[in-house]
Design a protein. Sequence first.
Lengths: 294, 52
Amino acid sequence: VTDYISAYSASGNLFIPRMFQGFPEIKEALMSNKMQAAFMVAPMAIALRAQGVPVKIVYLGHRYGSAVVVRTDGPIRSPAGLRGKTIAIPSRFSNERLVVIKVLKDFKIDPSEVKLVEMAPPDVAGALNAGAIDAFSMGEPFPSQAEMGGFGRVLFHAKEYWPDYTSCVLVVRQDAIDERGDAIQVLVDGIARSGLWLEEGQSNREHAADFVGRFYFNQDPKLLRWALTKPLDRVKYTPLTPYKKDFDFIVDMMVETDVLDERIEFLEYVDPQFAEGAKRETAWKYEPGSQRAE
Amino acid sequence: MTRGRKIAAGIAAWIIAITGLHFAWNVNWSVILNDRLPLDKRKLNVAYIPVT
């Protein structure tokens, strides 16, 4: 959204968005400096920093927007029904995995009683439809894809068990922060403005679904419309500031579930200066279809 | 031109045409040219995945 709208703004394009199909590939591209910034699942970013990779989280991509989906015609009617089942997750370093483990524990189920399998996000809906998995925990629009296809049903949205749930974060290489801080601020400001613009109402979300589906995600805009509007708070785009309490919880869960050896301090993996700089931003003034954005 | 030379010329023309179309359609030249610029002049590459 930021790339599309900012192309019509005074600053123009400062970025080249590059689509990937899986988080491991994004991680490698970031580590090798092929990518200077990336959207990735928060625990993966924290783990990278803990391993000494010079990157920092500077902003969130969204809030909410993940769900556990089961087969419509299947037997699972509550989280308790997940016992003994196979659940697809995007990565072992993902909040989609952590929320499954949290909910299992809430329902007194030992996480070892379910089989978690890593799967590229675009593959999960097909796998559920084919019966290769019993459920998946994934970000939008894949829960919507299963719902629209009629074979999947949302068992629960992550936000129901994890208030202020976050998933994808914007991660930037430290050398880009040091040498291109001005450009990073423009990017974060643009994301903040896009978030506020998206929260202005359904018509902006529908328009975003159209251009994101066509020009960025290569997905049916109807699918993205579903994901962005059923209901409107299915995915939220404010506030996108990374808060310490949210990340402390993620780090604690990572340690508890053995994907992080020891706690890492918030400011070791988050650089809050850009979020702070974006706090006074206002929504894009952009009319859908216009060639001008301010 | 002998028959053999005609066939060779045809194959060469086919390879050149296919290669040209590949470079035109499948190579993102703006990305390649951008990656050759120094960091302070480069557009930043931002990776994303088609998922929220």
